[in-house]
Design a protein around this ligand. Structure first.
Ligand code: SF4
Length: 303
């Protein structure tokens, strides 16, 4: 790995589970299962240990020297799957992060975001991201954003939950994530964006490596972006090319992983809690230059 020394905040994305109530066709939240290793959410002491080790490593001199991370204030970004299926493990991770002075954020599909849960989550979070690809019932059904009982995300109830979140933590930033794919590229998401009122709207492109049939052409992707030009000031557009080797990602079993363009599927490290974060991080391809260039475009927010 090459080295660099820009001062950047560091976002570590921990995919706490691959379980989800939805089944989006382009979902990439599937990881190789090592029989001998259990998901860390089964043991809350393991959750605490992982957060502690990540915080130690990403604030260490070695991480700054070897990988160019001068970010002494990493952010733990908890994603899935759907993390709110495991509220207890999620709260443990957030509490541990805050205890150690590490900022925390959450990515959710929003379907379990009750007002009660928002009250308990809001104080511990710097940012909450909600992933919504369409406000259209048919499109959501086609994408697979529907549970086994046929339930879709209820946008009215989500709107009420966001009011609670903002009341309980006025400093909390709300982000909207949208994956542009073959099924929604013609949609107009203005009503969704107006309802969520995000500080940032991340527009991502479906990764062709997951499901070729849901990927979009350059022209389709750009047409979606152009249709929403009114939201230019909050939009962060991310083409799949930008995503290769430029996220720091940990899977449910506590391994770093990367989606390298040079190999099929993911590349995994050994479990972080077995070998330590430094050794594990050296075992996956990570491109610091690409990471830093994306950070500079996004004002420090990686997810
Ligand atoms: S909501 Fe997210 S985690 Fe769940 S299936 Fe869809 S993309 Fe995957």
């Amino acid at each position: 790995m090459s080295t660099t020394s820009h001062p950047v905040p560091v976002v570590v994305n921990w995919h706490l589970t691959e379980a989800c109530n939805f089944s989006c066709r382009y979902c990439y939240a599937h990881w190789e299962r090592a029989e001998s290793i259990k998901d860390l959410i089964r043991e809350e002491h393991q959750v605490r240990a992982l957060v502690t080790e990540l915080g130690r490593f990403f604030r260490s001199d070695e991480a700054a020297r070897k990988f160019g991370f001068q970010g002494v204030n990493p952010r733990l970004n908890i994603a899935g799957g759907e993390p709110l299926l495991f509220p207890s493990a999620l709260q443990t991770a957030i509490h541990q992060a805050r205890r150690l002075g590490i900022r925390a954020s959450l990515i959710t599909n929003g379907s379990f975001l009750t007002e009660e849960l928002c009250e308990s989550l809001a104080p511990g979070l710097d940012m909450l991201g909600v992933s919504i690809d369409s406000g259209n019932v048919d499109t959501n059904n086609l994408i697979g954003r529907v549970d086994s009982h046929g339930r879709l995300l209820n946008l009215d109830s989500l709107s009420r939950s966001f009011k609670v979140l903002r009341r309980c933590n006025p400093a909390l930033a709300v982000k909207l994530n949208t994956v542009v794919n073959r099924l929604n590229w013609q949609d107009d998401l203005s009503n969704v964006v107006d309802l969520v009122e995000p500080e940032k709207w991340k527009i991502l492109r479906a990764l062709p490596l997951v499901d070729q049939s849901t990927s979009v052409t350059d022209i389709q992707f750009q047409a979606f972006v152009a249709r929403h030009a009114a939201y230019r000031s909050i939009a962060v557009v991310e083409d799949s090319q930008d995503m290769q080797e430029s996220y720091i990602m940990v899977d449910p079993q506590g391994r770093f992983f990367q989606n390298s363009p040079y190999s099929v599927g993911y590349q995994y490290s050994q479990p972080i809690l077995e070998v330590g974060a430094e050794k594990a991080f050296e075992q996956v391809n990570f491109d610091p230059e690409r990471f830093l260039s994306r950070y500079s475009k996004e004002a420090g927010d990686a997810t």
